[in-house]
Design a protein around this ligand. Structure first.
Ligand SMILES: [Zn+2]
Length: 324
């Protein structure tokens, strides 16, 4: 069994706001005079998760706050053997909240630039948008993506029962601008939400998507269009969507021939790490190193990384697999 810490990994589904270190959150709370009433560490139910999100939001106010968490994200990821990460950030929401549409994203990009240089990791950004928020704000997210080359995709998150049709013009505009589309679906809602993300949302990838298994037609759609899934077992269990890791449908997704990748989604809320996620699925499902290496390679292939980065990472995963 090879060391999973040294497996070269691409991390595709991780929300920057859910990567903030507990110490950092306390520092920022002190700076802003925010009372820390919520848990700052791993939580045990959805209510704590929501409270934690609210606290993080309240502590992110200045450009330096965003820059710091982005820099520290790079350090945490590099320590996990992550070589390439696409970090999700709700840029337009922070911009609207703080009355400065560009500052939060620009501050994050500045922290990522410094973090990448210091920690030898490559990062890109996905700007996400809660479905219940306005189409105009989603269009703002696309504008941010178009003017910042480090932003590789936009996508929708939040209430999956809220329809994607109102955003259709933005999806088409993103596609025409060469901006990727990545939607949360099949996490809280069923297989039809996954089909909608592919057909209406023009999804290049699906965040979660595990409920696609409920409908063979949706499995076939994902396979026909080669749409990868970002599977996040620790998050699904922590949010009560799957009862336990051992009952997680990840092996069935692999067996169905779907393109499965592994991510942490909300690591500061669950205590998960990317290496830990690979270790957990290997230990729980008895995956051999070939299967683990193929999941890691899927993530590279499914990423929006530059082609030379993909070539290098595929080679390095093959070297890891060939080693002892
Ligand atoms: Zn997510």
């Amino acid at each position: 069994m090879r060391d999973l810490a040294t497996l070269p990994k691409a991390h595709l589904h991780v929300h920057l706001e859910s990567t903030v270190r507990a110490d950092t959150l306390r520092d920022l709370a002190d700076d802003h005079g925010v009372e820390v009433t919520a848990n700052t560490g791993p939580f045990s139910d959805f209510r704590q998760f929501a409270a934690h999100n609210g606290l993080v939001r309240d502590c992110l106010r200045r450009a330096e706050d965003f820059t710091r968490i982005a820099y520290e994200f790079c350090a945490e990821e590099a320590a996990q053997g992550t070589r390439y990460a696409e970090v999700t950030f709700t840029a337009a929401a922070h911009g609207e909240r703080l009355g400065d549409p560009d500052m939060p994203l620009e501050a994050v990009l500045s922290g990522l630039a410094a973090g990448q240089a210091a920690h030898g990791i490559e990062c890109r950004v996905i700007v996400d948008h809660p479905r219940k928020r306005s189409v105009e704000r989603f269009a703002d997210s696309l504008r941010l993506a178009v003017v910042h080359p480090q932003v590789v995709a936009i996508g929708t998150a939040g209430a999956e029962d809220y329809p994607l049709t109102p955003f259709a013009a933005v999806f088409r505009a993103a596609r025409e601008s060469g901006i990727g589309l990545v939607h949360h679906a099949g996490e809280t809602c069923g297989a039809p939400s996954v089909a909608e993300a592919v057909t209406v949302g023009l999804a290049d990838r699906i965040g979660h998507g595990f409920r696609a298994l409920d409908d063979p037609g949706v499995v076939a759609l994902l396979k026909d269009r080669a749409v990868p899934l970002e599977v996040c077992p620790s998050s699904n269990v922590a949010l009560g969507l799957v009862e336990s890791v051992s009952s997680h449908p990840l092996p069935q997704l692999v067996d169905a021939g779907l393109i499965v990748t592994l991510s942490t989604d909300i690591p500061s809320s669950t205590g998960a790490t990317l290496t830990g996620e690979y270790r957990m699925v290997r230990d729980t499902f008895g995956f051999d190193d070939d299967t683990v290496a193929s999941i890691a390679t899927n993530a590279v292939d499914a990423s929006f990384a530059p082609e030379d980065t993909k070539v290098k990472l595929r080679q390095d995963i093959a070297t890891w697999r060939a080693g002892s």
